[in-house]
Every structure is written in C-alpha cells, then in structure tokens.
Design a protein around this ligand. Structure first.
Ligand code: KG4
Ligand code: ZN
Length: 351
C-alpha cells in the first residue's frame, strides 16, 4: 500500500509518498519526499512570521503535492490513504495542509488519517531504520518541542519529560539572532562551533531535579530547560558593552560553548532516562538531531554503555512529509480515520 503524507505545521510545505513492503526489517520505503522551505522568507524577520507562512503554504502546496506524486510515479488509484499533520503547529499553516488533504481525500475517495507532528518525528526513526529494539527511549528536539518518550510497543509513546521553557531548537534560533547570525540558527551555530573552543565560556547546563510547579504530579527528573542558557549568552554579550560584535574567533568560541551546554543537557537526560527504563535503544529525532555534535556525542555515549543509538538521515531530521506518511501508515493500520469534521489543533497532545 502507498500513502500520501502532507505536512505544513510550520515553515516547510512538504508532501511525500511512502510505500509498505513485505520486508520486516524495513517495512516502509520513501518513494518521494518533496520539501519547499520558507527559510529565505522568514530570515529577514529573524524567525517565522505566521501570516507569511500560511500565505506561502497556499502558494506552494499544489506544486509540492503534484511533484511528490509525479516523482514516485503514483496516481490517485495507487494510494490507499492520505495522512496529514493535524497539529501541533501554527494554526494558519496547519489549516492549509489539512484543508488540502481533506479535499483530496474527498475527491479521490480515500481515507484520511490525522497525524501528530511529533509522532511523525518519532516514526522518522522507524522509517529510516526499520523496527528499533524496544523498549526505546526517544528524544524529539525541534524548534517547537523538546520531549522524551518511552516506546514499549510500536505506535505508543509514553511521555517521560519535556522542556519547561524554550525548546532546544528555539534556543539555537534565539542565540543565533542575538549574535547576528541569521535564521535558522541551528545549522549556522553547528558550522561555526566546529572551529571554536567549547570550554572558552562556562555556560550553565540545566539538570532539572525538582517537580514542575505547573505540573506537580510529574516527577520532572527527565525535564529540560534552556531559557537560563539563552539568558547566560545574552548576559555574556551585554557585559561586553553596547555595539560589541564578536570577532570570528569569539563567535566560534561562544557557539561551541553554547552547543556543548545544549548537547550535554540533552544527552545527560536521555541516557539517564534510558538506563531508568532499561531501554534497548535510544532514538534522537527532530530538527536538532541534524546537529553534528549531538550525533557524534550520542553515538560515542551509546558505544560507551553498549546501547544502540539511532538518528534519522539529515533529510528526515528536519520537517518533512515522509515521516508524516510513515506515522499515518501506523495509524491507518490501528484503524484511525478522520471524519469530515477534522480540524487543525495548534496545541494537539500526543496520546
Ligand atoms: O523539526 P524542525 O525542522 O521543525 C520543528 O518542528 O520545529 O526543527 C527546526 C529546528 C530549528 O530550531 C533549527 O534551528 C534546528 O531545528 N536545527 C538545528 C540544526 N538544524 C536544524 N539545530 C542544531 N543543529 C543543527 N544542525
Ligand atoms: Zn518538526
């Protein structure tokens, strides 16, 4: 069976066709994956402007879906279903993909499967690597979320922890803006950090140990926090006086030191949670999983303790529709179908 996936939750318009195979070691194959990024449009503003994002999704969605169908040599009759991101995300952006998917499903008489964006990121690991050894502990670190899940059964994601404030990708984007490095911040900080000294500046590494005051029933030992780190970078820059711009070496040192703090915080919690759960594997997904240091340190950490670590390929790390199609296949087989009343939900919970 082939499924068409559609994703438009933030600033990427994406469509993909994923096919099921009979190979149990790799049950899903990407037939096509098309992503139209709006990064150029939002760069000027230093972050995503929701209204501009929805307008651009409207311009791009027809062509992106057409290309995904053409590149995979798929016609409507080759499809068994359509999967679409229902949330979370920017409501105007979500609505474009959702309305388009609903219309296609009606016209082509296909079932429609709603997908949670983070389920898509988690399933990107299964799409890339086939079934992970379970139980798995999975970190999703993106521009909007930083959360840890335990997966004991395929398709069931049990939350273990999440960020109390900024997401890891958001911290990258905000620090890049502060240093005048442009948007999105992750790739540029990643590149500059390679030439810097990661011990040059002693930025804090948050390890949450106390319960969340806003959710006291949660133990909070696997939670993250990145706003203190962002403020520490801000203070460091301000202390250098108005109008200060870092030299190339200084910028590289700040980026490397900031990145060490982020990566250590992410991996410390992830591996601690994996030990606590008796996990047989660790997965890291979401845009921040494209980070070269996070990938290298995660692999080295896994090797040290004899735990398999999985990351998606770079194309499946950042937002794409192949992961939505994969999560859609999983949900399709679980019997999930959307009715005509399906609506976008900007704060959809992953259950
Ligand atoms: O998953 P994603 O594409 O979109 C959301 O669901 O948010 O993640 C985007 C985030 C951005 O904050 C971006 O700066 C970050 O992922 N990112 C990176 C890297 N590439 C993208 N962060 C660190 N290092 C990277 N190489
Ligand atoms: Zn994402």
């Amino acid at each position: 069976m082939r499924i068409l996936g559609i994703e438009s939750s933030c600033d990427e318009t994406a469509a993909a066709v994923v096919e099921e195979t009979a190979d149990a070691a790799k049950p899903w194959v990407v037939r096509s994956s098309v992503v139209a990024s709006q990064a150029e449009i939002h760069r000027e503003w230093g972050g995503v402007v929701p209204e501009l994002a929805s307008r651009q999704h409207l311009r791009d969605i027809c062509g992106v879906v057409e290309r995904a169908m053409a590149e995979s040599q798929t016609g409507p009759r080759d499809l068994g279903a359509i999967a679409v991101t229902q949330g979370p995300g920017l409501v105007g952006s979500l609505l474009v993909g959702l309305a388009f998917a609903k219309s296609l499903a009606a016209v082509w008489d296909l079932p429609l499967v709603p997908v949670h964006h983070l389920a898509g990121h988690i399933e990107s690991l299964f799409l890339e690597h086939g079934p992970l050894p379970l139980p798995a502990v999975i970190l999703v670190a993106s521009g909007g979320h930083t959360s840890l899940y335990e997966v004991r059964q395929p398709g069931r994601y049990v939350p273990l922890g999440r960020t109390r404030d900024d997401a890891a990708g958001e911290a990258y984007d905000k620090v890049a803006r502060l240093l005048g490095l442009g948007y999105p911040g992750g790739p540029v900080i990643d590149r500059l950090a390679r030439g810097g000294d990661d011990r040059a500046v002693a930025f804090p590494i948050a390890r949450m140990t106390h319960p969340d005051r806003n959710a006291p029933l949660l133990k909070g030992q696997w939670d993250f926090s990145f706003s203190g780190l962002k403020t520490a970078v801000l203070r460091y820059v301000k202390a250098r006086g108005a109008g200060w711009t870092p030299s190339a070496t200084e910028a590289a040192d700040i980026c490397a030191s900031f990145q060490r703090s982020v990566v250590e915080a992410l991996l410390d919690r992830t591996f601690a949670a994996a030990r606590w759960c008796g996990a047989r594997s660790v997965g890291i997904a979401g845009g921040v999983s494209a980070n070269s240091r996070l990938r290298a340190d995660a692999m080295a950490g896994g090797e040290r303790i004899g735990l398999q670590v999985f990351v998606p390929s770079l194309a499946l790390s950042t937002d794409n529709a192949a992961m939505i199609a994969a999560a859609g296949l999983r949900r399709f087989h679980a019997g999930v179908r959307a009715g005509d009343d399906l609506n976008a939900d900007p704060s959809l919970r992953l259950v």
